[in-house]
Design a protein around this ligand. Structure first.
Ligand SMILES: [Zn+2]
Length: 292
């Protein structure tokens, strides 16, 4: 088994009205994949950096350019179209692999870009959120810590941030301080994509009342799973519990809200196989919501 720590950089639409809406609302288009490969003893064995030539947001947003130091010219000269880059990446990952990321924001972005290009999302591997493992096991809290701050806490000198490969390397450095062998089982969550949902809502409250958002198909048996009440994870992220009686499978459904023009809210949904850790997140949030 290889453990692939990856990080993404993405470009954004120049202004809200320029966002791609078909086949899905596209909040970001991936322009760089950086990855470090660990073997099953969690030793670094290889690394990869790929540039992607954007197809929709073709001009780099000023802020993105400033942050990543990537120029339009780099992408034009070295960038692969996303489907090609993804294939190179996947072949490099090896037959048996799991993904590791810092925070849970890269996986949804990867899925969005796969859906955009019609790439099959049904065989994604287990994914581990190293940020969460670091918080729980080292900091003993549930606060989200930036990669830079985590390096500081461990007294490590990192590579310069906002390059996908550097961020993946920095995450790998932090991994070397974690007893991954002991922790991983509790945190293994596999992500599943859902078809894009195109309804625009006047506010989040109305969105969360929509019954249509409460069901999704079981990835194993196809049965319709029905959830109950949304629980707020943060103001723009909501989670829900799904259970399929067929094989007693449990899932965490996640809804991401995108705020557009005033009175115009869109969403994306995806779900994860339930891990012990996701269950804890759900129970924590549920408890807070009931208590408030
Ligand atoms: Zn099922």
């Amino acid at each position: 088994m290889n453990y692939v720590i990856f990080d993404l950089e993405w470009n954004q639409p120049p202004f809200a009205e320029a966002a791609v809406l078909e086949p899905l609302y596209l909040s970001g288009e991936i322009i760089q994949i950086g990855a470090v490969k660990l073997n099953d003893a969690f030793e670094v064995v290889d690394e990869l950096r790929l540039y992607i030539r954007p197809k929709y947001y073709t001009k780099l947003h000023k802020q993105i350019s400033a942050l990543t130091h990537i120029r339009d010219k780099d992408l034009q000269e070295q960038g692969l179209p996303f489907p090609e880059a993804y294939e190179v990446f996947l072949n490099w990952c090896g037959e048996e692999h799991s993904f590791m990321t810092w925070s849970m924001s890269d996986m949804p972005m990867l899925i969005d870009n796969m859906l955009l290009h019609g790439i099959d999302c049904s065989k994604l591997p287990d994914c581990y959120d190293i940020q969460r493992i670091f918080s729980r096991e080292i900091m003993r809290n549930s606060a989200r810590c930036s990669l830079d701050h985590a390096l500081e806490i461990l007294n490590l000198k990192g590579d310069q941030a906002h390059d996908a490969l550097h961020d993946a390397r920095n995450t790998a450095k932090i991994c070397s301080y974690l007893d991954l062998d002991q922790y991983l089982e509790e945190y293994a969550a596999r992500a599943f994509a859902l078809q894009p949902h195109h309804t625009i809502y006047p506010n989040i409250h109305t969105m969360l009342q929509d019954e249509a958002l409460l069901t999704f198909p079981c990835p194993y048996c196809g049965a319709e799973i029905r959830c109950q009440t949304w629980v707020s994870q943060d103001p723009y992220t909501y989670i829900n519990y799904g259970y399929c009686p067929d094989e007693e499978d449990e899932f965490l459904l996640q809804l991401h809200v995108y705020k557009g023009q005033p009175g115009s809210y869109r969403l994306h949904r995806l779900f994860y196989s339930m891990s012990d850790d996701l269950w804890e997140i759900y129970q924590d949030r549920l408890g807070q919501q009931k208590g408030s």
